[in-house]
Design a protein around this ligand. Structure first.
Ligand code: FES
Length: 90
């Protein structure tokens, strides 16, 4: 399975292809905020991608992303090894 590193949390976990980063955090007890419950409406789950790739950006994410290096953890899905850090929006 791909490896997902949460650099700021000091954790590397294995995650199935197709899982959202929010699901990965839930599965491993990692503290990703989810004010809207994972419906691309709050920006609290935002991450910065430091290396690797995730699934294609969903249209619903666009309003929350300041630049192409950011993703919403509730929408971005694992496709391979990736390194991210939590970067919630205000
Ligand atoms: S959990 Fe609210 S936007 Fe992702």
């Amino acid at each position: 399975m791909p490896r997902v590193e949460f650099l700021d949390l000091g954790r590397v976990v294995e995650a199935p292809v197709g899982a959202t980063l929010l699901e990965v955090c839930d599965d491993h007890g990692l503290p990703m905020e989810t004010a809207c419950g994972g419906f691309a409406a709050c920006n609290s789950c935002r991450v910065r991608v430091l290396s690797g790739v995730l699934s294609e950006v969903e249209d619903v994410e666009d309003p929350f992303l300041d630049d192409p290096g950011q993703r919403l953890g509730c929408q971005a899905r694992v496709v391979g090894d990736v390194v991210v850090r939590l970067e919630p929006g205000g």
